[in-house]
Ligand binder design. Structure first.
Ligand SMILES: Cc1cc2nc3c(=O)[nH]c(=O)nc-3n(C[C@H](O)[C@H](O)[C@H](O)COP(=O)(O)O)c2cc1C
Ligand SMILES: C=C(O[C@@H]1CC(C(=O)O)=C[C@@H](OP(=O)(O)O)[C@H]1O)C(=O)O
Length: 327
């Protein structure tokens, strides 16, 4: 569904070509300083404009409609709204009958019928992550000294990002990428096994980011090739610091005081400038599909701050749950 969280509860709304998109946050403690300006730095990191991102430039200005008074949170639901001002829905006119391979057009129409808004990807659009980034900034404030930092480590399997993007643009194609996220300065003891383990909470939210295809924590899939004596992280001090960090700062679903580190695989954008085959679902004939519109050639370029946001949201909820348990 469109909500997540046990205490720090988020609920997303909006469509890419509708009036706007946004987020409601319930359960945020009162007294946290919060203005629209505070949200801008993270929002600007998600913005398009760089080479390889969509030419659809939006202002992405947040309007806090509720939940703050004199620059501080009140404890009431926080509603943050962004207006859509730069839409070109005619680019999508053919997609009702000829769904794009790899996008949500086909499944959305199957599940929700012809009333589904398919323009700009509708509610499935990456634009929905705008509200998530805003909520991430609020969550970072709840986490205080915890430092969360995500960056791109690979694009299209390469570390020369510019060359990889250039190549994809020349081919009118798209490429994926890997985003690595690290969280430091965490207390020991966050995480609510079994079902709200730290890995479960973060993964659940990471897979809400459209175009996510994989996640691995610490040594990840390589752990399956290691021996126990290689993989175990020797505990070196009473504060839990370990010699290595194959476990990514998490044991038994609970933070152990070391760095949380994980990598996220983002797929290549499905809307490409190369002709593709798809079925016309009105005529049941195969057709050549040429996609119009303004698309990100490499979505991964815009994803690091979104991954930071979902990590902060998961950890803030776990922090508030831990506090409630101890009260
Ligand atoms: C920030 C961001 C920007 C995106 N931009 C595009 C885009 O321009 N064109 C596109 O086809 N998909 C784009 N996507 C991905 C689609 O929204 C996504 O592929 C689609 O909703 C289907 O979901 P799935 O890929 O997770 O199956 C973007 C995703 C994010 C997070
Ligand atoms: C608008 C944003 O990204 C959009 C995400 C998106 C998609 O299919 O996810 C498709 C494109 O929409 P449009 O065809 O309207 O240009 C992107 O521009 C945004 O991220 O703010």
């Amino acid at each position: 569904m469109n909500n997540f969280g046990r205490i720090f509860k988020i609920s997303i709304f909006g469509e890419s070509h509708g009036k706007g998109v946004g987020i409601t946050i319930d359960g945020c403690p009162s007294g946290i300083s919060l203005t629209e300006e505070d949200l801008l730095p993270d929002l600007s990191r998600r913005k398009s404009g760089a080479k390889g991102t969509t030419p659809r430039i939006e202002k992405d200005l947040p309007n806090i409609l509720s939940g703050t008074f004199k620059g501080k949170t009140t404890g009431a639901p926080i509603i943050i709204l962004f207006h859509n001002t730069n839409t070109q829905s005619k680019d999508y006119s053919n997609l009702l009958d000829t769904p794009r391979p790899g996008h949500a057009d086909f499944v959305a129409q199957h599940k929700f019928g012809k009333n589904n808004d398919y323009t700009g990807g509708g509610h499935f659009s990456g634009r929905i992550t705008l509200g998530i980034v805003a909520a991430g900034t609020v969550a970072k404030k709840i986490l205080g000294d915890v430092n969360i930092d995500a960056k791109l480590t690979e694009i299209g399997g390469k570390t020369d990002f510019d060359a990889a993007i250039e190549e994809a643009l020349l081919e009118h194609d798209s490429i994926g990428g890997i985003v690595e996220c690290k969280a430091n300065n965490l207390p020991i003891g966050l995480g609510e096994p079994f079902f709200d383990s730290v890995e479960s909470m973060i993964s659940h939210l990471v897979f809400a980011i459209p175009a996510t295809k994989g996640i691995e924590f610490g040594s990840g899939f390589d752990a399956a090739k290691m021996t126990g004596s290689e993989h175990n992280d020797n505990i070196l001090s009473a504060d839990g610091k370990t010699e290595t960090n194959h476990a990514a700062g998490i044991n038994g679903g609970i933070t152990n005081g070391n760095e949380i580190v994980f990598r996220v695989a983002i797929k290549p954008t499905s809307s490409i400038g190369v002709s593709q085959k798809t079925m016309n679902i009105s005529t049941s004939e195969m057709e050549d599909l040429l996609i119009e519109g303004r698309h990100d050639a490499c979505i991964a370029l815009r994803v690091p701050v979104i991954v930071e946001a979902v990590t902060a949201i998961a950890l803030a909820d776990l922090k508030l749950l831990d506090k409630a348990r101890k009260a």
